[in-house]
Every structure is written in structure tokens, then in C-alpha cells.
Design a protein around this ligand. Structure first.
Ligand code: PEP
Ligand code: CO
Length: 452
């Protein structure tokens, strides 16, 4: 088993590993890895520990986790506009959730490093041509062309610089006043105008305005209270390419621990969470908060074994379990797992990814997801936790701040015929800005009603 031997930053290299690219030029790969090892990290240990403490609060039911972003970030979609609208959307969702839950919202982006993708098929065939599948911009290019699909080690370096630039801008938005609560509530007012059924949303917005006005009367406004203008924001991505992650894993003498400084939080995907394989081996040795996906194929015993291997000391805030069962399965598959974790006394955050179990193909040939199914899985997830007396701690979305047409339904009533209009994703279909904010208001309303 992965945990029975001593851990080193490269002990994962001795174990079976899934979902890795095939690099033809191993010398170029080694050179890229060496270069990455010398680069400055993207995040700091203090920030990572702060996130862990905030997630520990989530595990106690004192806060709520909102994790979201692209399925796959791409170099092509890297822009001022995309980052800004993403951040704005997350802030709009945050206000809705904070108001509904009366709890702080821990914001974690699938961003500034979410470039590597696991694929169900290693190859893609179009007509008579078979090429390696696109595995994310950190590996190869999406164009269906022989050269583009070759795994290119130089892309590891490029991804680092894209991540660094994204993070730099996100930090300036978070700390520089762009997330100012008064401003965010104005954006929500604009959003509410577009709704066909706006009563509830307008009520929430008006209540938030009353609170802000009252605070202003007390002398508490954006000039006197930094909490109103700054936001804490963390990054995460799937730790899929372990050579990239290894390069950013640095030893901290003070604590005697290793931290993966490529992101604050890292997760293991549903396809690579085998306890005897490389991904679990690597992740058990880093001190970051980590997550793993809990899909329909996981067994109770395997889940408990993973918790033992990945968090033997049962540290609070260390583990987030991201359930992604699908709307039709969650009611059957989730309760026994939640009960088993509860009975084991293991401390976790339970979060719901309502995206990956609800992917369908439209009659027009697009990979898509229905807004109603997404909402239905979240509602079931909350209901399961309520009935078992456990805390539904968060949500995990594939989303963008752009007005894309990738998921069906929502207030905009995106139809199968609309999908072709603005279908820009490099991998899975994302909620657009309006669908994301609408979901947040709907969840918040349900949770508030449930809490009564
Ligand atoms: C993802 O989060 O993009 C993903 C591939 O999810 P999963 O591992 O749950 O399939
Ligand atoms: Co995805």
C-alpha cells in the first residue's frame, strides 16, 4: 500500500500511475522539470495554512466552501475580461450564499493552474485519423492535428507563467477593492433585472442594501472597514501531472513539512484516486488542504482507507470530499458513504460537485448539462446531509464569468439550439455567469428555508 513506505517528493515515481502524457523527448522533459524546480512558488505556506484553518471551520459547520472555475483553463481564454468577470461572478455568488447561510464563504477558484485533464480515452479518432487526446494546455494543443497533439514539455513552463499572471491579477482584484460589497450588491441588482421571476432575489439585495446603509450610519463603510473592500481568495487545481507538482513541492524547515506551492488546495480526480497508486502516494506527503472526488464507483472501505492514508492524524481542514454522483444516483449512493465517514469519526468537509455526474450529449452533438439536474443533485446532497445530521459544507462548480452557452436551461432558458452560439469550453460545459449567480441565490434560499 502507498502508505507503508517512507514518503519522498518523488516516491510516487515507483508506483503505477494513470492519465499521464507520453513525452517522446525525455531529455526535454527532464530539462523542463529542472527549470520548474528553480522557479519561485506561486503561493505561500501562510496562505495555505490560512485556507486549512478556514476549511477546518467549514468542517465544524461554521463556514461554507464555494469552489469553482473552468473545467480546463486555456491559454486562448486567458484574458483581462475572463479573469475579471470570473472574479465578479464569484463575488456575486458569495453575497447570495453569505446572506442565505449567515456564514462566511470560503472562496476557492479552479484557476491559476487548472490546465491538466484526465480523459476517458487516450486517443481521439475523427474519420480515418487517430491522434492522442487533448489533455489540457499544459500537455498539448486542442487542434486535431498531429503536431498539436504531441505532448510538449515546454507547455509545463508556459502554464506556470499563465498561472502566475492569472494569480497576480486575481490577487490585485481581491485586495484592491474590486470585491467591495457595495459594488457587488449593485452587480446583483443588475442581474436581478434580467430575471423573469425576481421577487426573492430583489428582496435579498434590498436586505443587503439595508444592512450596508445601517453600517454606514454607524461609521462603518468601505473607507473605515477593510473587510468590506478586500476579499480572501484561494486557488486550486487537480494535481494530475505529478512531475509539475513535485517541482513546486518545497520543504519548510520551521514546520518540518513539505508543501506543494503550485496552489493552495489540490485535488485527486475520480479516475486517479486508487490507494495503491502514484497520485495518492504523492498527495499523502504534502501538507496542503487536499480533496478527492467521490464518484459512483467508490466503495465505503476504499473511502475510509483513503482517509486513513491521506489524513492519518485526522487533522481538521485537511480533507474535502467532493461528491459527484449524478442527480439520479446521489440519493442511493451518498448516504452509506456519509454514514460510514460519520461513524469513523473522521473529520472532513463534504462538498457537492453537481457537474461531473450530469454530463449528457445534446441532440446537436454538444457535451452539455441541464441546469435543473445540477440543481437537483445539489438539493439531494443537502437533503441527505440534513437527514443524517451531517453538514453539507460546500459546492464545486464548473463555471465562467462569460456569457457562454454550454449548459442548458436556467433563467435564460438556453436550449439545445442555442448551444452552438457561444460554446467555448476546452473540455466540459460550464455554467455561465447568469446561471452561476442564479444557482447561488436558489441554493441560498433553500438552505435558509431548511435551517428554519
Ligand atoms: C474535473 O473536475 O474536471 C474532473 C475531471 O472531475 P472528475 O475527476 O470528478 O471526473
Ligand atoms: Co470537468
Amino acid at each position: 500500500m502507498a502508505s507503508s513506505k517512507n514518503w519522498t517528493v518523488n516516491s510516487w515515481r515507483n508506483l503505477p500511475i494513470k492519465q499521464q502524457p507520453e513525452y517522446k523527448n525525455q531529455d526535454a522533459l527532464r530539462a523542463a522539470e529542472q527549470q520548474l524546480k528553480s522557479f519561485p512558488p506561486l503561493v505561500s505556506i501562510d496562505e495555505i495554512e490560512r485556507l486549512k484553518a478556514e476549511l477546518a471551520a467549514v468542517s465544524r459547520g461554521e463556514a461554507f466552501l464555494l469552489q469553482g472555475g473552468d473545467c480546463a483553463e486555456s491559454f486562448q481564454e486567458f484574458s483581462h475580461d475572463n479573469l475579471k468577470s470570473f472574479f465578479r461572478t464569484v463575488m456575486q455568488m458569495t453575497i447570495a450564499l453569505m446572506y442565505g447561510l449567515n456564514k462566511p464563504v470560503v472562496k476557492v477558484g479552479r484557476i491559476a493552474g487548472q490546465y491538466a485533464k484526465p480523459r476517458s480515452d487516450g486517443n481521439e479518432t475523427i474519420g480515418d485519423t487517430t491522434l492522442p487526446s487533448y489533455r489540457g494546455d499544459i500537455v498539448n494543443a486542442i487542434e486535431f492535428e498531429e503536431n498539436a497533439r504531441k505532448a510538449n514539455p515546454q507547455r509545463l513552463i508556459e502554464s506556470y507563467f499563465y498561472s502566475a499572471a492569472s494569480l497576480n491579477y486575481l490577487r490585485s482584484l481581491a485586495l484592491g477593492g474590486y470585491g467591495n460589497l457595495e459594488k457587488v450588491n449593485k452587480w446583483n441588482e443588475e442581474f436581478a433585472h434580467s430575471l423573469s421571476s425576481k421577487k426573492h432575489t430583489e428582496e435579498v439585495i434590498s436586505e443587503v442594501n439595508k444592512i450596508l446603509n445601517f453600517m454606514r450610519a454607524c461609521g462603518l463603510d468601505s473607507k473605515t472597514l477593510p473587510q468590506l473592500t478586500t476579499a480572501s481568495f484561494f486557488t486550486s487545481h487537480e494535481a494530475l501531472l505529478l512531475n509539475y507538482e513535485e517541482a513546486f513541492t518545497r520543504f519548510n524547515r520551521d514546520s518540518g513539512k513539505f508543501y506543494d506551492l503550485s496552489a493552495h488546495m489540490l485535488w485527486i480526480g475520480d479516475r486517479t484516486r486508487h490507494p495503491d497508486e502514484a497520485h495518492v502516494e504523492f498527495m499523502r506527503g504534502i501538507a496542503n488542504p487536499i480533496a478527492f472526488k467521490v464518484g459512483p464507483s467508490i466503495k465505503k472501505e476504499e473511502l475510509l482507507q483513503l482517509l486513513e492514508v491521506l489524513n492519518p492524524k485526522n487533522e481538521a481542514g485537511r480533507i474535502t470530499l467532493i461528491s459527484r454522483m449524478g442527480a439520479g444516483k446521489v440519493n442511493d449512493l451518498l448516504p452509506p458513504l456519509v454514514e460510514a465517514v460519520k461513524a469513523s469519526g473522521r473529520c472532513v468537509v463534504w462538498s457537492c460537485d453537481p457537474m461531473h455526474g450530469n454530463t449528457i450529449k445534446s441532440s446537436t452533438g454538444y457535451k452539455t448539462r441541464k441546469f435543473d439536474e445540477i440543481l437537483s443533485e445539489i438539493k439531494s446532497f443537502f437533503a441527505v446531509h440534513k437527514s443524517l445530521g451531517t453538514y453539507a459544507g460546500g459546492v464545486h462548480f464548473e463555471m465562467t464569468g462569460q456569457d457562454v452557452t454550454e449548459c442548458l436551461g436556467g433563467n435564460q432558458q438556453i436550449s439545445e439550439m442555442n448551444l452552438q452560439d457561444r460554446y467555448h469550453t476546452h473540455c466540459d460545459p460550464r455554467l455561465n455567469s447568469s446561471q452561476s449567480v442564479e444557482l447561488a441565490f436558489t441554493i441560498a434560499k433553500d438552505l435558509a428555508a431548511n435551517a428554519k
